[in-house]
Design a protein around this ligand. Structure first.
Ligand code: AMP
Length: 361
């Protein structure tokens, strides 16, 4: 099939790398095309609200998907008139707005941090009063990697938080004293079958994912079952097709949903090397109508993001269990340039790669 991807970043690259061996070809659409998807298919430049460019793109695709969640919902619905688009646009609607997302989850009986919608500084004060401090104010839309957020410790932080977020509509959340951050990733096919990957345990630096361990260690049977049940419930409710990721907080043995991403996810990159079928391959399988592949881990894996600049590959070449994956992007501070996955690593190997990747950011 000819698969159209809205977005031409590293997630699009890894989707194509998974789909080409299955006989598919790829067509990328983005506001600019970089070397990240070079050699993996055709590409076209256009804005995400240019209807004639979107129509010409969609008419040349058998199926369209997206690799980032800020594709305008109207554009996703527009594309539907010319080609099927998966995951369904409703998943975009729900996940683009943090307030709608939390209300949607609440409606399904899924536990989240306590929250309030806020449209003015006065409402922000009321929300802080109601939720208690500390709390976190987040812009409802366009936040990622910790951007568009302000932590409010005392009432004297409120005015500064309001102005730093520039008067945008906000969601305010009670601060969750989590013991760790987890994520759960699953894929649902056209027949409603769901394949759930094991939970990942994630560590962030400055709001950006640094390390992800798969499967997460020391997860109780109950917690695994709860995470599995919640992602299946959400996918069924959305009639989801494709891969979905849900970020979780573990607190006192329970899980709360932080946010969801209607796409493949950074915390699942290790699935490329430690699973028979990765999150990318299963996404491609789902949207093209194939049965899903096996998601039993073949080994424990720890992934580290390469951010800002690329370390010497010779330093890593001595590690037999390291798989390096670079995205073909120009170095820039804070930019995700690639990742390293360690399969069944020793503590010493993990510490070495942790240090190499940590100090480059
Ligand atoms: P987000 O962009 O919502 O994923 O938030 C970025 C990071 O901020 C998360 O990975 C958490 O480490 C932290 N964070 C977000 N929301 C909360 C919360 N309600 N309580 C505690 N920490 C949070």
């Amino acid at each position: 099939m000819r698969i159209g991807i809205l977005g031409a970043g590293q997630l699009g690259r890894m989707l194509a790398q998974a789909g080409i061996p299955l006989g598919h070809s790829f067509y990328f659409y983005d506001t600019q095309i970089t070397s990240t998807v070079a050699g993996l298919g055709e590409s076209v430049v256009g804005s995400f609200d240019d209807r004639s460019a979107l129509k010409a793109f969609a008419q040349r695709c058998d199926v369209v998907t997206y690799e980032f969640e800020n594709v305008p919902c109207e554009s996703a619905h527009f594309i539907e008139s010319f080609a099927p688009i998966f995951p369904p646009p409703r998943a975009l609607e729900v996940s683009q707005d943090r307030l709608l997302e939390k209300q949607f989850l609440q409606g399904l009986g899924v536990a989240t941090p306590r929250f309030r919608g806020v449209c003015s500084e006065a409402e922000l004060r009321e929300a802080c009063d109601a939720l208690g401090l500390p709390c976190i104010a987040k812009t409802r839309r366009f936040g990622y990697d910790g951007k568009g957020q302000a932590r409010i410790e005392t009432t004297s932080d409120i005015a500064g938080a309001w102005s730093s977020l520039r008067g945008a509509p906000l969601i305010v959340e009670g601060f969750v004293p989590f013991s760790r951050e987890l994520s759960i990733i699953a894929t649902r096919d056209k027949g409603g079958e769901v394949s759930v990957f094991p939970l990942c345990c994630n560590t962030h630096i400055n709001g950006i994912l640094h390390r992800s361990e798969l499967p997460a260690s020391d997860v109780s049977h109950d917690l695994k079952a709860a995470a599995r049940a919640l992602i299946v419930r959400i996918m069924n409710e959305l009639d989801y097709i494709g891969t979905l990721a849900i970020e979780l907080f573990e607190v006192r043995g329970e899980i709360l949903v932080n946010e969801m991403a209607p796409r493949v996810h950074n915390s699942g990159h290790a699935t490329i090397d430690c699973m028979k079928s990765s999150q990318f391959e299963n996404h491609i399988r789902a949207i093209t109508g194939m049965p899903l592949g096996c998601v039993e881990p073949q080994s424990r894996a720890v992934m580290f993001n390469i951010i800002g600049s690329v370390p010497s590959l010779n330093d890593l070449a001595t590690l037999p269990n390291a798989r390096v994956n670079l995205y073909g992007k120009d170095p820039r501070p804070g930019r995700k340039l690639g990742h390293i996955t360690l399969l069944n690593p020793s503590k010493a190997e993990e510490d070495m790669v942790d240090e190499i990747t940590r100090k480059r950011q």
